[in-house]
Design a protein around this ligand. Structure first.
Ligand SMILES: [Zn+2]
Ligand SMILES: [Zn+2]
Length: 839
C-alpha cells in the first residue's frame, strides 16, 4: 500500500489533514481529487502529499479517484498551503479556490420524514416547525431547515431539535456528496446516412410517416456530410428526439453526441490591431521584462506608469515575448475594467488564444474556459481576481493591472489578496510578475523602495513621448508649470509629463461668495466652454442616489434602515429610499413616520441628483449617468460606454466606475464635484483611496489631441492628498502617507488582522468580543509574544448590517501568524488578514 496526506472537504475535517492508503498501482498523486471515507460519511478530498507508512494507526483507504489526472500541480498545492497559513483558513478552502467551477462539493445533510410514525405530545415550537416543513417537502437539506428556524431566532437550536426528532424515530438524516454542479455541454447532432439512389427510395418509404419524412427532408436539405443540431430541428418544428431515433432505426440518419464549447467571446469580432511604436520608456521597461523572462527565475516588477503612459502596451509585448518562449500568461484586471475595450485589445493582439474568466460568465462558460485552459488551448488568460487560480500550463508571466485596486481582495473566506497570491505563486514557480499602476498601493511602493520589487517607470503620456503632444495646450489657470518640474528633486526620477493641469476650487470661498449651487463658478465656466467647442465632460461624484440622508425638519427624525441603522438614501429613478449596505428599499414617505409632520427634507448629493442638476444648469447638453443603478443590467456597461464614445452624450455623470482605464479622447474636462466624500472615513486607507480615485479620475482628461483639464472642488484644499493629486505628484503623496503609516504603526510597517464577530443581539456580540480580547491579551502575556498590539474590542464603523451587530478586534504587529494559529475561534468569528478596510 502507498500512503498519502489528504485535505478533506467535510465539516469536522477542516482544521487538519488526514492520512489514507491506496493501492500503489492507482494513479493517485499530489493534486488528485479523491473520495474518502470520513467518520461515517464519504467526502471529497485533495491529495496534498505523499507520506511514509504511519506507525500502527488504523488507516482507511481512498474510496475512489474523481479525475484520472491530478487537478492541481505541486506548485498549486504549495500555494494552497501558503494561503491557508497566511490567511488563516482551512487548507481545503484554499485548495478549492483552484478547482474547476462547481466541482468542489461538501457533503450535505439530507433530512427526511420517516413513514408512519406518530409524533408524541409536547413537541416544542422548533420541533413543530421542522416537522411541518418535512410533511410538505418530505426531504430537505439541513441548511434549509436552519434557514426556517433562523426566522424564529432558533437557528442555534437546529442540532438539538434534530437529535430529538431522530431519537423519536420521526426523521432520518443522511449525508451525501452532490455530483459536480457543472459538466461539459453535450449536444445531439443528426447527419444523413444514405446517398444516391437510396434517397428517393427512402422518401418513398417514408410516404406513410409524414413527420419522419418532414424531418428527413430537412436533413436532406442540409446536404451530405452536414450535421444538424437536434435543437435546430426542434426549433424549426420539424423533428424531435423520437422522430430522429425512428429515422436512425431505419438506417437513414446517424446520431452523434458532441461536446459544445460555451464561448463567452462567441459572436464578437475583434479587429486585429498591429503593435504600435513604443515610447523610449516603454521600450526600456519591456527590455527589462524580456531579460527576466529569458532567465526563467522569479522576477517581480512594479510598472509605475502615469495615466495614459501606455502600460497595457508593455503588458502586450511582455506576453508576446512569453509566448515566443513557449510559455503562457495570466492577466488580472479589476472586475470593472473587464470592459469590451480591454478584452478587445487583448483579443485583437492574440486572436483565438485568449480565455476570459470573470464573475459575470455563466457557470457553464467558466467551466468550459477552465477546461480549455487546462488542455492548453488558450495561451493568455484574462480575468478578475480568481483568474489567478486558472490552471495554466507552462505559465511564464503574471500581470496585475491596477494592482492598487481593492477588488483584488476577496471579501469572504478565504480572504486572499490576488496580488499577494500572484507574488507567492511567481516565487514558487519561478515566474515573472508585473504589477502595474499609476498610483501604486503603499505596500507595493514601499516594497519597491526596499528592493523587493523592481521599478519600471513610465513618466510621460504616449502623445508627449512620441512628440504628438496636444495641439491646443491646456489653459494656464491653475497649471503647475514645467518650471516647477525642472527644480523638482532629481532623486525622485523624472517627473510626470503630459498630464492635464488640475485646478483646485475652494468650496468655502464659493459659499462665502454666495454660490450655493453644486457647480463652482470656475467649473460652470469650464463646462460651458467645453460644450461650446463640442467636447466632452466627465463629472465625478462617488455617491449614488439623490440625497445622502432624509430628515424631518419638525422633529429631526432621520430615515434609517431598520436592519443596518444607516441613513437611507433617496433614489429618484425608483422613488424609493435605499439602504446602501443591504439594498433594503422602501417607498419615500409622504410624511414623517415619527411626528406625522410634512416637512421632509432631502440633504446631501448623489449621482442621480447631480444628473438632474446638470440637466437644469446646462439644458442643451445631453447627459448620461453611469453608476451601479444605471448599469445594473447585463450589457448595460457596454451600452453606456458605447453611447459616450460615439458622442451621443456631452456630459457623463458617474461614480468610480468612470475612473477606470477608459480611453476617451474627446473628454477635455473632468470635474470632481466633491473630493472630500471618502477622505474623512475612519479608516487608515481613506487618504490613499481618495488619492487613487482623484488621480484615476483626473487621468480621464486630455487623452486626445485636444488636451484637457481637471477641476477638483473641495472643502479642504490644503490637505496633502488633494495637493499631491492636483500636482500629479505621487512621490509627495507617498512620503507624507508613509510618514503617517509609520507614526501609527500601520501597514506596510506592521501586519494587520481584523477579527470580526457578527450576530444578532448586541449584548452577546459585545460579550464574545470582550471575552476573546481578554484571551488574546492573556495569551500574549503568557507566551511573551512581543510586538503585537490588541486594539479593541469595539463596534465596527458599520456597526449593524442586515440586523446583525458587528464588533471587531484589530491585531497589529509582526508575525501575527504566531498568535492567530493558537486561537481556536468559534465559527461566527471571521479572521481577515491584511484587511483592505477596517470599516
Ligand atoms: Zn418628524
Ligand atoms: Zn440596510
Amino acid at each position: 500500500m502507498a500512503y498519502v496526506e489528504v485535505a478533506v472537504n467535510a465539516p469536522g475535517g477542516r482544521s487538519s489533514t488526514f492520512i489514507y492508503a491506496h493501492e500503489p498501482d492507482l494513479p493517485i498523486d499530489v493534486g488528485s481529487l479523491v473520495v474518502v471515507p470520513f467518520g461515517n460519511i464519504l467526502a471529497q478530498g485533495i491529495v496534498v502529499g505523499r507520506v511514509d507508512r504511519p506507525p500502527d494507526l488504523p488507516i482507511r483507504s481512498i474510496a475512489r479517484l474523481l479525475d484520472s489526472e491530478p487537478v492541481l500541480s505541486p506548485a498549486r498545492v504549495a500555494l494552497g498551503r501558503w494561503i491557508a497559513e497566511h490567511y488563516c483558513c482551512a487548507l481545503i478552502d484554499a485548495l478549492n479556490l483552484m478547482l474547476p467551477p462547481g466541482v468542489a462539493q461538501r457533503p450535505h445533510t439530507i433530512i427526511s420524514l420517516a413513514a408512519g410514525v406518530e409524533p408524541p405530545d409536547g413537541l416544542d415550537e422548533g420541533e413543530q416547525i421542522v416537522l411541518e416543513a418535512l410533511r410538505q417537502k418530505r426531504r430537505v437539506e439541513l441548511g434549509y431547515l436552519r434557514g426556517l428556524l433562523a426566522r424564529r431566532r432558533l437557528a442555534r437550536q437546529t442540532e438539538r431539535i434534530l437529535r430529538r426528532l431522530v431519537s423519536f424515530g420521526l426523521v432520518h438524516r443522511e449525508t451525501a456528496i452532490r455530483p459536480a454542479a457543472t459538466r461539459p455541454r453535450i449536444e445531439t447532432y443528426v447527419r444523413l446516412a444514405v446517398e444516391g439512389v437510396a434517397v428517393p427510395a427512402a422518401l418513398a418509404a417514408l410516404q406513410r410517416a409524414p413527420r419522419q419524412r418532414a424531418a428527413f427532408e430537412r436533413i436532406l436539405r442540409a446536404g451530405p456530410g452536414a450535421a444538424i443540431p437536434l435543437v435546430t430541428l426542434r426549433d424549426e418544428g420539424v423533428g424531435d428526439a423520437a422522430i430522429v431515433a425512428a429515422l436512425a432505426r431505419r438506417g437513414l440518419v446517424s446520431i452523434e453526441r458532441r461536446e459544445v464549447r460555451r464561448d463567452p467571446l462567441a459572436y464578437r469580432d475583434f479587429p486585429i490591431i498591429p503593435p504600435p511604436q513604443l515610447t523610449p520608456a516603454q521600450e526600456a521597461a519591456f527590455a527589462e521584462i524580456r531579460t527576466a523572462l529569458a532567465a526563467r527565475a522569479y522576477a517581480p516588477f512594479l510598472l509605475h506608469g502615469i495615466t495614459g503612459s501606455g502600460k497595457t502596451e508593455v503588458y502586450l509585448r511582455a506576453i508576446a515575448e512569453a509566448l515566443r518562449l513557449g510559455r503562457r500568461a495570466i492577466v488580472l484586471v479589476p472586475e470593472i475594467a473587464l470592459t469590451p475595450q480591454t478584452i478587445q485589445r487583448f483579443a485583437g493582439r492574440f486572436p483565438g488564444r485568449l480565455a476570459v474568466l470573470h464573475s459575470r460568465l455563466t457557470a457553464g462558460e467558466r467551466f468550459d474556459e477552465w477546461r480549455r485552459i487546462r488542455a492548453g488551448e488558450a495561451d493568455v488568460v484574462i480575468g478578475s481576481r480568481s483568474a489567478i487560480f486558472a490552471p495554466v500550463r507552462d505559465l511564464g508571466i503574471i500581470i496585475i493591472d491596477e494592482e492598487h485596486e481593492w477588488s483584488y481582495k476577496q471579501e469572504k473566506t478565504p480572504r486572499y489578496h490576488a496580488r499577494d497570491v500572484a507574488l507567492k505563486l511567481a516565487e514558487l514557480a519561478g515566474l515573472t510578475v508585473v504589477l502595474g499602476s499609476a498610483t501604486p498601493s503603499l505596500e507595493s511602493a514601499y516594497a519597491a523602495e526596499r528592493g523587493r520589487l523592481r521599478v519600471l517607470y513610465l513618466p510621460e503620456r504616449i502623445e508627449v513621448a512620441l512628440g504628438r503632444a496636444s495641439a491646443r495646450p491646456a489653459g494656464s489657470a491653475g497649471v503647475r508649470g514645467s518650471a516647477a518640474d525642472l527644480t523638482a528633486d532629481q532623486a525622485r526620477g523624472p517627473r510626470a509629463r503630459g498630464l492635464p493641469p488640475v485646478e483646485i476650487v475652494d468650496l468655502r470661498a464659493e459659499l462665502r461668495a454666495g454660490n450655493r449651487t453644486i457647480f463652482s463658478t470656475p467649473l460652470r465656466q469650464a463646462i460651458e466652454l467645453a460644450l461650446s467647442l463640442r467636447e466632452q465632460v466627465i463629472l465625478f461624484l462617488n455617491r449614488r442616489g439623490d440625497s445622502t440622508f432624509v430628515l424631518c425638519r419638525d422633529c429631526g427624525h432621520v430615515m434609517r434602515c431598520g436592519r443596518c441603522e444607516v441613513p437611507l438614501v433617496y433614489h429618484s429613478d425608483v422613488e424609493d429610499l435605499v439602504c446602501h449596505l443591504c439594498d433594503h428599499r422602501e417607498p419615500a414617505p409622504a410624511g414623517c413616520p415619527n411626528c406625522w409632520g410634512s416637512h421632509i427634507r432631502y440633504f446631501g448629493l448623489g449621482t442621480q441628483k447631480l444628473e438632474a442638476e446638470t440637466r437644469r444648469a446646462f439644458p442643451r447638453a445631453r447627459v448620461l449617468r453611469w453608476d451601479r443603478d444605471s448599469a445594473s443590467a447585463r450589457g448595460a456597461h457596454e451600452e453606456i460606454l458605447r453611447a459616450f464614445v460615439n458622442h451621443e452624450a456631452d456630459i457623463l455623470v458617474g461614480t468610480q466606475m468612470i475612473a477606470k482605464g477608459l480611453d476617451l479622447p474627446r473628454v477635455t474636462l473632468v470635474g470632481v464635484i466633491s473630493a472630500d466624500t471618502s477622505l474623512h472615513l475612519p479608516d487608515f486607507r481613506a487618504t490613499e483611496r481618495t488619492f487613487q480615485l482623484l488621480t484615476q479620475v483626473a487621468g480621464r482628461a486630455g487623452r486626445g489631441p485636444l488636451g484637457g483639464k481637471v477641476i477638483i472642488q473641495t472643502y479642504c484644499p490644503e490637505h496633502y492628498c488633494i495637493q499631491a493629486a492636483s500636482a500629479h505628484d505621487y512621490h509627495a503623496f507617498y512620503e507624507r502617507e508613509l510618514a503617517f503609516r509609520r507614526q501609527h504603526g500601520y501597514p506596510p510597517f506592521s501586519e494587520l488582522a481584523r477579527l470580526l464577530y457578527v450576530d444578532y443581539g448586541e449584548a452577546r456580540v459585545r460579550r464574545e468580543a470582550e471575552e476573546l480580547a481578554r484571551q488574546i491579551r492573556g495569551l500574549i502575556r503568557r507566551e511573551a509574544l512581543e510586538g503585537i498590539d490588541v486594539i479593541g474590542p469595539a463596534p465596527a464603523f458599520r456597526r449593524k448590517i442586515r440586523g446583525r451587530y458587528r464588533w471587531q478586534i484589530l491585531l497589529r504587529g509582526h508575525r501575527l501568524a504566531r498568535l492567530l494559529a493558537r486561537l481556536s475561534l468559534e465559527p461566527r468569528w471571521t479572521v481577515d488578514v491584511d484587511p483592505i478596510t477596517t470599516l
